[in-house]
Design a protein around this ligand. Sequence first.
Ligand code: F6P
Length: 356
Amino acid sequence: MGKRIGIMTSGGDCPGLNMVIRTVVSHATITYDWEVLGIPYATQGLLERKASTLNLHGLDLHGIDPLLSMGGTILGSINKGDTQSQAKDIIAGYEALELDALIAIGGDGSLAILRELASQGNWNLVGIPKTIDNDVAFTERSIGFDTAVNTVTDALNRLTFTAASHDRIMVVEVMGRTAGHLAIHAGIAGGADVILIPEIPYSLPKVCQKLQELRKQWQRKFAVIVVAEGAKTATGEISCYTDSLGEVRLRGIGQYITEQLPVCSPEQVDTRLTILGHVQRGGIPSAGDRVMAAAFGKAAVDLVAQEEFARMVAWRNGEVVSVPLELVIKQSPSLVSPQSGLVQTARSLGIYVGES
Ligand code: F6P
């Protein structure tokens, strides 16, 4: 008998999710002749028993596949809510929808919650990693990261020209939560002069020294400083605020650096701050994210066929593999190692990345 599998996107959206959904529908329906139920708004959909059958024809637009290039998620997503007190009802939703398995596309937070629900409710769960932060353990890449790196790189290219035209220092705050993957990748690709990430302490005098060096050695009066939202102040504090819903959000480190530069710099520096914000989560998915989305979607469906559950598909050494969700959750978030080749590469380009 054919299976009935559910698919959901959970946590913050990112480009590439729709391509995963499309691949899961295509592989599950064409290769295996299964039914795929799209569960809207992740656990909310289970709670409300809301789901509808997805078929390839229904996802097309006059024969054109819009999902390839569409950002966001057609299923909707949530990254907050009290799943604990509603656990019983959410768990019962899986039964009520008569699912044989659930494929969940999420970051480490969502996957941890879903794995807990799955073990309590005996669900057959397979995870697919997504996040522009790229901080899910045991996978070198998560869906959305490549596109976000391109988006930030593009922003840095644009900011460099305006910085150069006005001899300004551009401070650019980028997302990434407690990890500096996005900042360091885009900083290198976009020609930043300074990259500050949560994993590596820095000194403000050294940042200013770098700006002075640029002036003296290269007669360059402009510079671009990339700062990850989770980078700490020089005295080790995290910059954050509590939003109207009571959630703590990272924000403010870019402002702090912008305000500190004139203090430590002997020259008068004209500084501007750009907080890229949710622009980094949008846009057309890159080719890299689309290929990975297709590979992950296919592998997740195959795991269901092989009845290998409580696992997450992962990208390791250029291949799709799968790893136990339990290990992923234990090891996440995966951070930038200060000793990594990437950090050394940044330094070899003359970028100040903190410490030394
Ligand atoms: O985890 C992805 C991410 O975009 C982080 O980089 C960022 O800190 C957070 O989500 C923002 O969350 P929200 O969309 O709830 O503001």
